[in-house]
Design a protein around this ligand. Structure first.
Ligand code: SAM
Ligand code: SF4
Ligand code: SF4
Length: 373
């Protein structure tokens, strides 16, 4: 039986291994823990990891209230979202992105909250497109149908759409604003018509909520060229009531699909790819699984995150960020901002998913809607 464990380290050695739960499913087995990578760029953190990806949150607001991300009880009418003056401007975001590129960043993902709610987002995309990087965006799809063409024309390279179920009642319950599934499916078609290819579909799987729909989702997207990726429900933030029992391990997702549509593992597209890739043996495409909980990939994590109001975070599960906005708004030159970024990254030691326990899950971590996916 597959066992999921939390591995604890001191600075040099593994000190203990705590079984966290039994996966209740058969094979496939998890990947062995990866060794920390040798430095590949000039700027590296304390584990030798380069800075390659920058995720930029452009708003902390969202029109959905996904139960695993922005539960209604917390994100209600009294919730204090950031005032507009606190948001980084498009010019400030582009400046940080340009300096990050000089440090080795190759890929930018715009996220949120719901990034398509940020007014004139296509203007930001056009500005970032001048940096000639891989430029992607993750969206809930609600505004994608009307904006897809504009985003493409502005220079967006790729798009990922979040969709947790094909079952309308389940989807409406998960987004918790009664948003119908068909509208997201239409938005995916509109994005394809605008020229986005391939389109990735992200589905967060929560036990007892949408796991009954895993195989139906695989069936729906199989053979379409759209890449469905199942994400383990994570303990991001401090408000989604996360419990290990609600996590469906990726191994179980793969086993359930493989029992109907046989799958085989394939190599990552590039070192450090977050999703583990599986292809249908009959040649009709592939799926991905993102196993942040059961198979930590911190050893190859090259991601930094820029919050909506300009704090740089070096881990999705961080409790504190590093303020860059003050530098941006007090006349610091590019060299000073580059030096600040280098200082932050070179001191980075994060590897939360490798040290996750029931206790760490309860920490006051930043919310996913604030920092983005
Ligand atoms: N609003 C956009 C969307 O939903 O695509 C972008 C922001 S959202 C925070 C980015 C991604 O994070 C989405 O694919 C969402 O499903 C995922 N996500 C949010 N909360 C999560 C959680 N607790 N565990 C795993 N993934 C989560
Ligand atoms: Fe909004 Fe995305 Fe969070 Fe859902 S996952 S509440 S769509 S930010
Ligand atoms: Fe990267 Fe932190 Fe996630 Fe590990 S837990 S993969 S360091 S963001």
């Amino acid at each position: 039986m597959l066992r999921c464990v939390s591995i604890h380290f001191n600075s040099r050695n593994v000190t203990k291994v705590i079984p966290l739960f039994d996966a209740r499913a058969g094979a496939p087995l998890p990947r062995p823990p990866a060794a920390y990578a040798a430095p590949t760029g000039t700027l590296t953190d304390t584990h030798g990891r380069s800075l390659r990806d920058l995720r930029i949150s452009v708003t902390d607001r969202c029109n959905f209230r996904c139960v695993y991300c922005m539960p209604k009880e917390v994100f209600d009418n009294n919730y204090q979202f950031l005032p507009h003056r606190d948001l980084l401007t498009f010019e400030e975001i582009t400046r940080v992105a340009r300096i990050a590129k000089d440090h080795g960043v190759e890929k930018i993902r715009l996220t949120g909250g719901e990034p398509l709610l940020r007014k004139n987002i296509e203007r930001l995309i056009a500005m970032l497109a001048t940096l000639d990087l891989d430029l992607t965006l993750t969206t809930n799809g609600s505004a994608l149908a009307q904006k897809a063409r504009m985003l493409r024309d502005a220079g967006l390279t790729r798009v990922t759409v979040s969709l947790d179920s094909l079952d309308d009642a389940t989807f409406r319950a998960m987004n918790d604003v009664d948003y119908p599934v068909q509208k997201v499916l239409d938005a995916i078609d509109a994005a394809a018509a605008a020229g986005f290819d391939p389109i990735k579909i992200n589905a967060v799987v929560k036990r007892g909520t949408n796991d009954h729909d895993i195989v139906a989702m695989a069936r729906h997207f199989k053979g379409t060229g759209r890449i469905l990726r199942f994400i383990e429900f994570m303990d991001v933030g401090a408000s989604n009531g996360w419990r290990m029992d609600d996590v469906i391990p990726s191994a179980e997702v793969v086993a359930r699909i493989s029992a109907v549509f046989p799958l085989e593992a394939i190599d990552p597209n590039y070192p450090g790819e977050v999703a583990e890739r599986w292809r249908y043996v009959d040649g009709s495409g592939e799926i991905g699984v993102i196993s942040s909980v059961t198979q930590a990939f911190c050893s190859t994590c090259t991601r930094a995150r820029l919050s909506t109001e300009g704090k740089l975070y070096t881990c999705l599960f961080a409790t504190e960020g590093h303020d860059l906005r003050n530098l941006l708004r007090t006349g610091a030159d590019d060299a000073a901002i580059a030096a600040a970024m280098a200082g932050i990254w070179s001191q980075r030691s994060d590897r939360y998913s490798e040290i996750r326990t029931a206790e760490t899950a309860g920490l006051k971590k930043i919310e996913m809607s604030y920092i983005g996916g």
